[in-house]
Design a protein around this ligand. Structure first.
Ligand SMILES: [Ca+2]
Ligand SMILES: [Ca+2]
Ligand SMILES: [Ca+2]
Length: 259
């Protein structure tokens, strides 16, 4: 075999091997849907309210698909050795307190996708706006089964309320989540599906447009080991505020879903 022919064969072999490697490291998620998950500068107070002007300015935002206007943001923070994921949903159009209103967060903790919920997948569903409407589900490999294997206050806190936000001064539903990453065995770059619905109309608002039963179609989070760049310079002045919020957070953990 000529040297040149051998080189071509080797080149093809390496290209194939390279493409196999690439395929094995591409995680399942819906194309075109990703959000950076920054380390928080401000630890949010979970109270269903944009509590301070800068409470969520250190997190990226995405708008949910659907006919209504709903935004969500997410960020994380290590607090006393435990990592917490924080999520805000700002539902501009929903001003009505309906028993059929709903929030839903689906998480593929190990971002391994699939056409049905797997053992590492979780679904947190809230219908109405009270604690009685909270149900948490775990994937079985073929569907969902409800689980009560978590502690309210340490693993999960959700508070929703009708308040104004920087997006809209007219009071509307805002929901904040605090999720313990250890509880879900949450890995970096997990995938997520965020949904909100107003029983007064408009249907389901979702990011990404997908179903809760198919993790392959959820959106990619990209863990950043830094604060959001534009706000890095504000870190030092905000430190005393963060300490205050941490104390407030410990107090708020006893709250039920509706503040
Ligand atoms: Ca808040
Ligand atoms: Ca409503
Ligand atoms: Ca999974």
């Amino acid at each position: 075999m000529k040297k040149s022919t051998l080189s071509i064969y080797l080149l093809i072999a390496f290209s194939l091997f390279g493409s196999m490697l690439l395929k094995s490291t591409v995680f399942a998620a819906k194309p075109g849907y990703s959000i950076n998950n920054y380390r928080a500068i401000t630890i949010p107070i979970i109270d269903g309210n944009w509590t301070t002007a800068d409470e969520w300015t250190d997190a990226e935002e995405r708008e949910l698909d659907g006919s209504l206007t709903v935004y969500f943001r997410l960020k994380y923070k290590l607090i006393s050795g435990t990592s917490f994921q924080f999520i805000l949903i700002d539902f501009l159009n929903d001003t009505t307190d309906d028993s059929g209103d709903g929030w839903m967060i689906c998480i593929d903790a190990h971002h391994d996708g699939g056409s049905s919920p797997q053992l590492d997948d979780y679904r947190i569903s809230v219908s109405g706006h009270g604690i009685s409407g909270l149900h948490v589900y775990n994937g079985t490999g073929s569907g969902w089964v409800e689980t009560t294997d978590y502690n309210w206050g340490t693993d999960l806190v959700i508070v929703n309320n009708i308040n104004p936000s920087p997006h809209l001064s007219t009071p509307h539903w805002i929901c904040e989540f605090q999720i313990n990453a250890t509880w879900l065995d949450l890995l970096n770059d997990y995938t997520i599906r965020v949904a909100a619905s107003d029983a007064s109309g408009g249907g389901n608002q979702v990011w990404p447009d997908s179903t809760s039963s198919r993790p392959d179609d959820w959106g990619q989070t990209i863990t950043k080991f830094e604060e959001i760049p534009e706000f890095s310079s504000l870190l030092i002045p905000l430190l005393p505020v963060s300490a205050t919020l941490l104390i407030a957070l410990a107090y708020k953990k006893k709250q039920f879903l509706r503040a």
